[in-house]
Write a protein that binds this ligand. Structure first.
Ligand SMILES: NC(=O)c1ccc[n+]([C@@H]2O[C@H](COP(=O)([O-])OP(=O)(O)OC[C@H]3O[C@@H](n4cnc5c(N)ncnc54)[C@H](O)[C@@H]3O)[C@@H](O)[C@H]2O)c1
Ligand SMILES: O=C(O)[C@H]1O[C@H](OP(=O)(O)OP(=O)(O)OC[C@H]2O[C@@H](n3ccc(=O)[nH]c3=O)[C@H](O)[C@@H]2O)[C@H](O)[C@@H](O)[C@@H]1O
Length: 394
């Protein structure tokens, strides 16, 4: 494995046929869902070095130990909180490229912990941008498709034929407006903080020459996403939809559809999406100065359809009977609390990423759910049984 990985790595060329020099990458938030997949790919397929920064490392432990792994020495973990750690600037200075993934990014937090959300997504990202700019270091910053907010089409009358016109709903990096709800709808605290840090990075590029790339992920999903409440996360915690529905399926409970599950999303497989990030890392001349949508426009479903598909796939991979009551409707107020609001529809325009990096997603929703739910079942089914069997303390 070591020799084939090294051989593959030495033959690597960029999209213009130039050999790729090994980089040192400061990856902030490397211990999270996206970070863990990116570290895995870079260790397996390239010769880049990673300084992995995070508060946690559970999701990348398999890349750090034991110390005879083929990539031994190319990944080092630095346990730190970027809110208050003087090592941050030094680590950025030691690197050729910084990738910032650190953020609070679960919707259940946006309206219930708006201050933490705004600090995490804007204030805490400021020093990262500043150190990159001052030290002439390249930055890949993770933003979100939530910066688009709601579609223009959502404001049209329900029966307007214009709702069918892509001009009213396809989201384009350089054209679509950012449409958020009122300030009382604290859901938008995250999107607004992400929008402002995007604007700041863009301005650093324009005024001070910062070399940057901004990534707008559209619902990347796959193994290791978030946590299963009561198993590897708090019992009362509310993760993103993939983990919420996985939790319901593992426990044999109905899946909860917020406000009827009418919102639409496009889901992309994490492994396809990581391919796009690798292209950005290794093709700076094509990626710098750009904002990229990264999603799969072919995988659009309503949340209700997602639930129905996950129920079918989970039955197939686990052999379990579907729950007697497969889904139940809950109000957003009951599920998320006051101040929740939602994006109605999210279809990414792929023109820019396709033109600059030639990237296209490959995996269908059914296939990505099959591999992800196989992982969820294998990883959590036994643990859930034990949790369920435990008597509740009176
Ligand atoms: N997963 C998606 O589909 C998606 C979609 C849109 C945007 N994003 C963005 O991509 C980034 C990564 O998302 P993810 O899904 O991997 O989330 P995640 O929560 O799994 O990972 C974020 C990581 O950052 C770390 N972190 C947070 N604050 C930190 C701090 N102060 N110091 C050090 N480490 C800190 C966390 O411990 C966590 O490991 C985020 O910026 C998120 O907003 C993700
Ligand atoms: O992944 C993304 O691209 C971005 O969008 C997500 O936001 P959202 O898609 O609204 O969050 P999910 O938790 O994945 O919820 C998707 C939809 O499912 C619904 N939902 C969620 C959980 C549940 O149990 N039931 C349910 O119906 C939500 O109301 C929402 O309409 C998060 O904000 C971020 O991680 C990220 O920036």
């Amino acid at each position: 494995m070591a020799s084939s990985a090294a051989a593959g790595a030495s033959a690597r060329v960029d999209l213009d046929g130039n050999p790729i020099k090994p980089l040192t990458i400061c990856m902030i938030g490397a211990g999270g869902f996206i970070g863990s997949h990116l570290c895995e790919k870079l260790m397996n397929e390239t010769q880049h070095k990673i300084l992995a920064l995070d508060v946690y490392n559970d999701k990348i432990k398999h890349l750090l130990e034991p110390d005879n792994l083929p990539w031994n020495g190319r990944i080092t973990f630095h346990r730190l909180n970027i809110k208050h750690d003087s090592r941050l600037e030094g680590l950025i200075k030691m690197s050729d490229l910084t990738i910032n993934l650190a953020a609070i990014c679960t919707p259940a937090d946006y309206n219930t912990r708006p201050l933490d959300t705004i600090y995490s997504n804007f204030i805490d990202a400021l020093p990262v941008v500043k150190y990159c700019s001052e030290n002439n270091k390249r930055l890949i910053h993770f933003s979100t498709c939530e910066v688009y907010g709601k579609t223009i089409g959502s404001f049209l009358p329900k029966d307007s034929p214009l709702r069918q016109d892509p001009a009213y709903y396809v989201l384009k990096e350089d054209e679509s407006p950012c449409i958020f709800g009122s300030i009382e709808k604290q859901r938008w605290s995250y999107a607004c903080a992400k929008q402002l840090i995007e604007r700041l990075i863009y301005a650093e590029g324009a005024e001070n020459g910062l070399e940057f790339t901004i990534v707008r992920p559209f619902n990347w999903i796959g193994p290791r996403m978030d946590f299963i409440p009561g198993v590897d996360g708090p019992s009362e915690g509310v993760p993103r939809v993939l983990a919420c529905f996985s939790n319901n399926l593992l426990r044999g409970e109905p899946l909860k559809l917020v406000d009827g599950g009418q919102s639409q999303r496009t889901f992309v497989y994490i492994k396809d999406a990581i391919e796009a990030v690798t292209l950005m890392i290794e093709n700076p001349a094509r990626a710098n100065g750009h904002i990229f949508n990264v999603g799969n426009p072919n995988n659009e479903v309503t949340v209700r359809q997602l639930a129905e598909m996950m129920i079918k796939v989970y039955s197939k991979v686990s052999g379990a009977q579907p729950p007697e009551t497969p889904t139940i409707d809950v109000s957003s107020k009951e599920f998320y609390g006051e101040g929740y609001d939602d994006s109605d529809k999210r279809i990414p325009d792929m023109t820019i990423i396709n033109r600059q990096l030639g990237w296209n997603p490959k995996t269908s929703l059914w296939d990505l759910l099959e591999s992800t739910l196989t992982y969820q079942h294998r990883t959590y089914a036994e643990a859930i049984k034990k949790v369920i069997a435990k008597p509740v303390a009176s």
